[in-house]
Design a protein around this ligand. Structure first.
Ligand SMILES: CCCCCCCCCCCCC[C@@H](O)CC(=O)SCCNC(=O)CCNC(=O)[C@H](O)C(C)(C)COP(=O)(O)OP(=O)(O)OC[C@H]1O[C@@H](n2cnc3c(N)ncnc32)[C@H](O)[C@@H]1OP(=O)(O)O
Length: 242
């Protein structure tokens, strides 16, 4: 009997040790990830400020930071995995829509259409993304280290109120600026007849993407407002897909 009780205790101890080890590994990984992402977006900030101080114009700024932006924005795909395997308490759907929209903007709009890279709207969304991500990743980092300064928590759950709409304006204006070039070049499109007997028009796809902001953006925005009420005002909120 004693051995059974001891075994129970031994099994419980082993399970608890495994949980503690897993918890330590997850915390170590997330801390590393968030520090790396904070550093990456800070490098982007320094590069943008340095370029503007040297050149005195935003023309050519995107080309100057494109590689860093593409790397760190694409690296954020890991966050969909973090949600999917449950190491962070975030909606997979919300994170997926947010990350996919950013990656779409970076790779299939600004990186693919050089003619729009000097648009002011590109600088608008890049600057807004940068300020937001530095705040967000530093929030996660300090939260994991249990030394979260209030001003970072405040910034995390208040700045989005203005930054989110500004970022959407920048993204939509950039897609709109790209439309004439896409129409003229027929890029990423498939005309009939072809061996697949399928047609695809990237111009109309972009119009659909712009229209998709109408139902999708409010979902993200209200999600952040719920998070804000939960964290700053202690409301108990259960996400739909939790
Ligand atoms: C193929 C064609 C595609 C076309 C797509 C068209 C889509 C159109 C609509 C999309 C519009 C998007 C516009 C957007 O790009 C504009 C901008 O972003 S402008 C800049 C302003 N933006 C923002 O402020 C939003 C920034 N993004 C986020 O905040 C997140 O991505 C989001 C998923 C939206 C919300 O984050 P989350 O749900 O994680 O909220 P919390 O931060 O409160 O975290 C919840 C809990 O999870 C823990 N967590 C999350 N991540 C981590 C991590 N990396 N490390 C550690 N912990 C993490 C966090 O601590 C919370 O834990 P707890 O609940 O215990 O407090």
């Amino acid at each position: 009997m004693a051995s059974g009780e001891e075994d129970g205790t031994v099994e419980e101890k082993e399970t608890n040790n495994k949980k503690r080890t897993k918890g330590a590994i997850v915390t170590a990984w997330l801390t590393f990830y968030n520090i790396a992402m904070t550093a990456g977006w800070l490098v982007l900030t320094v590069a943008m400020v340095k370029y503007y101080l040297q050149k005195g114009t935003h023309k050519g700024l995107y080309r100057n930071i494109a590689r860093t932006l593409k790397f760190f924005q694409t690296f954020a795909l890991l966050e969909v995995g973090h949600c999917a395997i449950g190491i962070v308490r975030t909606s997979v759907i919300v994170t997926g829509v947010q990350v996919c929209s950013r990656i779409f903007m970076v790779w299939f709009i600004t990186n693919s259409i050089r003619q729009i890279q000097n648009e002011e709207s590109v600088i608008l969304f890049v600057v807004v993304w940068t300020v937001t991500e530095i705040t967000r990743y530093s929030f996660y980092t300090f939260n994991l280290l249990n030394h979260l300064p209030y001003f970072i928590k405040w910034a995390r759950y208040n700045m989005f109120i203005v930054m989110y709409p500004l970022g959407v304006v920048g993204e939509l204006l950039t897609i709109h600026a790209a439309l004439p070039y896409v129409r003229r070049s027929g890029m990423y499109s498939l005309r009939l007849p072809n061996k697949y007997n399928v047609s695809f028009d990237y111009y109309y796809f972009l119009i659909i993407v712009m229209l998709s902001y109408i139902p999708l953006f409010p979902q993200l925005y209200f999600h952040m407002l719920r998070q804000r009420r939960r964290v700053l005002h202690g409301e108990i909120i259960v996400e739909k897909d939790e």
